[in-house]
Ligand binder design. Structure first.
Ligand code: PRP
Length: 180
C-alpha cells in the first residue's frame, strides 16, 4: 500500500533489497582481510546502513555522525556543523562512509576531507541515491546504488520535515505536500 502523500513509488522494496545487496557484496570483496570502520551519517542513512552492513562478511566496527551545514538556501555555504561526532578515532582506519543521498556534494566533500585530515588511512563513500545533476562540489561516490532525477524523494530513511522515514520503499512526495 502506497502512502497517500506519495505521487508514485520510485524504488520498490524488492529493487532496494537486491541492489543494496549487490553493492554491499562488491564493497565486502574489497575489504576482505581488513576491519573497516563503517560510518553512518544520521539520520537519513539508517535503513540503508542497517541493510548494507548485514551483507558484509569482513569484520566491521560501526560508528555514526550527525552533521548539517551552517546557513540555508539553495547554495550551501560555510562549514560543516558537527552535531554528533564519532566515538572512534579514525587515525589509521579504513573508513566507509554510508550516506542516503548525495545532492550538491557539500556534506560528503567536507566529511571526506575532515576524516582524511584526522588521519584515516582511506575513506570511501557509499551512497544509496545520487542526484548527479545537482552537484556543485567535486566529489563522487565510490559506490552508488541508484542514479535519480531531481525529484523530492521520501522513505527508506529519507524525510520531509522528519516524516516518512519509516516507509519501506522510496517514493516521490506529492508537490501539494511541500508547496502548501
Ligand atoms: C541529507 C543527506 C546528506 C545531505 C546531502 O541530509 O543525508 O547528508 O543532505 O546533501 P548535499 O550533498 O547537498 O550536502 P539532511 O540534512 O536532509 O539530514 P537527514 O539525513 O537527517 O535527513
Amino acid at each position: 500500500m502506497m502512502h497517500k502523500d506519495c505521487e508514485r513509488i520510485m524504488l520498490t522494496e524488492e529493487q532496494l533489497r537486491s541492489r543494496v545487496k549487490e553493492i554491499a557484496l562488491e564493497v565486502d570483496e574489497r575489504y576482505q582481510g581488513k576491519r573497516p570502520l563503517v560510518v553512518g551519517i544520521l539520520k537519513g542513512s539508517i535503513i540503508f546502513y542497517s541493510d548494507f552492513i548485514r551483507h558484509l562478511t569482513c569484520p566491521v566496527e560501526l560508528d555514526f555522525m550527525a552533521v548539517s551545514s551552517y546557513g540555508s538556501g539553495a547554495v550551501s555555504s560555510g562549514k560543516l556543523n558537527i552535531k554528533k561526532d564519532l566515538d572512534r578515532d579514525v587515525k589509521g582506519r579504513d573508513v566507509i562512509i554510508v550516506e542516503d543521498i548525495i545532492d550538491s556534494g557539500f556534506t560528503l566533500a567536507n566529511l571526506k576531507a575532515l576524516l582524511l585530515e584526522r588521519g584515516a588511512a582511506s575513506v570511501i563513500i557509499v551512497t544509496l541515491l545520487n542526484k548527479a545533476e545537482r552537484r556543485e562540489y567535486d566529489i563522487a561516490p565510490d559506490y552508488n546504488c541508484f542514479d535519480i532525477e531531481n525529484e523530492f524523494v521520501i522513505g527508506y530513511g529519507l524525510d520531509y520535515n522528519e516524516m516518512y522515514r519509516s516507509l519501506p520503499y522510496i517514493g516521490i512526495l506529492k508537490r501539494s505536500i511541500y508547496e502548501k
